[in-house]
Design a protein around this ligand. Structure first.
Ligand SMILES: [Fe+2]
Length: 293
């Protein structure tokens, strides 16, 4: 029977064992995982021996796999999978290295935001290569009630990339035709999770560029203040990886950042991860109907 255990001494996150992701899961297992993800925010499945097809099948438990806008980083034969690595074979071909080394929320620059993101560790450096995550439900819950009410009425303007001017790390550059596919979008600053019903602050870093009806300097100051609030150590975990770990997080109720890495020079400092982001909430009522439209 599958075991789902909160990681002791950590703000959030659980470890899932006694489960084999190389074979289709039973309806019971699927139900347990759909329930556990929003509750624990992040789940680690250690020692999984899976192939890309298995990874895609697993991802569909949590939503529709969504190929990334950066086509050149997609895994050959599996466009749903994004290849994340610090191997640089050709300096003229950007590989997205350190393209996630800042607090952000995957796909917050799109109208239909990502619901879950998952990484499968193929090669892990001896040191570094971690993912930092923060809990946006707890961060919202801890604010004074009057502050929560004020924030709930706000709408944020989002655009691909990192809003911090002159930031050392930014998302991979888009070609003009890619840029045209991700125009500016708006999201509520406070969202309610479709499965758990919990409210969270949503994507206050990186793609968040401004607030509707608020002067730019005021909006940036507010978003910066919220980013600092959400990323306090008490809301944050650091995920270390071992080879064959599958790690998934609830994208809407967290923000994350990759640890900065040097370019790989040998096996001991090489990081290779397969990533899938999914959209939609199969565990929420009305999902099947919304898929039929
Ligand atoms: Fe990311």
């Amino acid at each position: 029977m599958t075991t789902i255990e909160a990681v002791a001494g950590q703000a959030f996150g659980a470890e899932v064992t006694d489960i084999d992701l190389s074979v289709p899961l039973s309806p019971t297992e699927v139900g347990e995982l759909r329930d556990a993800l929003p509750r624990h925010r992040a789940l680690r499945f250690p020692d999984q021996k899976i192939q890309p097809d298995d990874f895609v099948r697993f991802s569909m438990i949590f939503g529709r796999p969504h190929p990334h806008v950066l086509e050149h980083l997609r895994l050959e034969g599996h466009p749903e999978i994004l290849l994340l690595t610090n191997i640089v074979e050709d300096e003229s071909k950007p590989n997205g290295h350190n393209g996630a080394a800042f607090w952000h929320t995957d796909n917050s620059y799109e109208p239909d935001h990502a619901s879950a993101t998952m990484l499968y560790a193929r090669s892990v450096p001896v040191q570094g290569g971690e993912t930092y995550l923060c809990d946006m439900v707890a961060a919202f819950r801890d604010l004074p009630e009057s502050r929560r009410r004020f924030l709930e009425g706000l709408t944020v303007r989002h655009r691909y990339g990192n809003r911090d001017a002159g930031a050392e790390h930014d998302a991979g550059k888009l070609k003009p035709e890619q840029k045209a596919r991700v125009p500016e979008v708006e999201h509520e600053l406070v969202k309610r999770h479709p499965v758990s019903g919990e409210k969270c602050l949503y994507a206050v870093a990186a793609s968040a560029r401004g607030i509707v009806g608020m002067p730019n300097d005021e909006a940036t100051a507010l978003l910066d203040e919220l980013k600092v609030h959400c990323t306090q150590p008490k809301y944050t975990i650091t995920q270390h990886y071992r080879v064959d770990d599958l790690f998934i997080w609830d994208t809407m109720v967290t923000m994350h950042a990759a640890a900065v890495m040097d370019v790989a020079s040998n096996q001991s400092n090489t990081r290779i991860m397969h990533r899938i982001s999914v959209k939609g909430y199969p565990g929420a009522s009305g999902y099947a109907a919304s898929q039929a439209v």
